[in-house]
Write a protein that binds this ligand. Structure first.
Ligand SMILES: C[S@@+](CC[C@H](N)C(=O)[O-])C[C@H]1O[C@@H](n2cnc3c(N)ncnc32)[C@H](O)[C@@H]1O
Length: 246
């Protein structure tokens, strides 16, 4: 797979925490941590792609022992610098293959579309298998990810601009044959352009269910959002909960 350290190196880590972004609003983070704490119950939790601790830290403050895996040392260093960030155990590695200590876990979770950073089907299946290996019987694997935005593409087109300003252009490129996509950013500063491209793989919820099944997990809940509202054909993302049978 591609090395996400390229995409989450020092420069990205330095600006990742953005209090003005919806995902960082205290009420949003608090709701996510609340749902995860309930699912973890009395057991420890494992975050795949712990990053800067956006979710892990508030979850730990609720009394849940949290462990993490992440490829990016730069992101994890940011978490370490925050209050309580030096208390969490983090393994630097790929969450599709890396073993974390501290288990078995009652909860493993992978949020904020990060399953899509895994750019092959084989590696996405390995991610589900790795989650299952870390779970205690009855434990849950939770994934939060967008529904592929193919309905937003005009017929015949495979590129979708999603932000256009005087100094920046951002657009997604889709390959429908392979389910690969990329988000691309062109920014102009003082007359100089910079280009950044992040590769992803999109998958429908049903494909993720099949991956879960291959890993011995079964779907317990699928929500439209962290408020547990029902997932419908108009949902733009889902929070899915798969359970390891007892
Ligand atoms: C969008 S951030 C999400 C961070 C955190 N979960 C959050 O919700 O704020 C994506 C993180 O995933 C990590 N990452 C991406 N692919 C990974 C992989 N295969 N194994 C481990 N970490 C990965 C990156 O290093 C980065 O820290």
């Amino acid at each position: 797979m591609d090395s996400p350290d390229d995409h989450f190196g020092d420069q990205v880590a330095a600006t990742y925490d953005d209090p003005s972004a919806a995902e960082f609003r205290p009420e949003v983070v608090d709701r996510i941590a609340g749902v995860l704490a309930e699912l973890a119950g009395d057991g420890p939790a494992l975050e795949f792609a712990i990053g800067t601790g956006r979710i892990a830290l508030p979850l730990a403050r609720r009394g849940v022992p949290v462990h993490g895996i992440d490829l990016s040392r730069a992101m994890v260093e940011r978490m370490r610098a925050k209050p309580g960030g030096d208390q969490l155990e983090v393994t630097i590695g790929d969450f599709t293959t890396t073993a974390a200590g501290g288990g078995p876990f009652s909860l493993a979770y992978l949020v904020y579309n990060t399953i899509m950073n895994v750019t092959t089907q084989e590696a996405q299946v390995a991610c589900f298998r790795n989650a299952a290996v870390h779970l205690a019987p009855g434990g849950c694997f939770v994934v939060e990810v967008m529904v592929p935005e193919l309905r937003l593409l005009p017929p015949g087109q495979h590129v979708r601009p999603f932000s256009v300003t005087d100094t920046g252009w951002a657009y997604d490129i889709y390959n429908f044959a392979t389910q690969e996509m990329s988000s691309n950013y062109v920014t102009a500063t003082d007359g100089r352009g910079e280009f950044r491209s992040i590769p992803f793989r999109y998958a429908w919820p049903a494909e993720l269910d099949l991956m879960a099944q291959l890993a011995g997990l079964r779907l317990r809940d699928r929500w439209n959002d962290w408020d547990r509202s029902p997932f419908t054909s108009d949902s733009t993302r889902h929070v899915s909960v798969w359970e390891k049978p007892r």
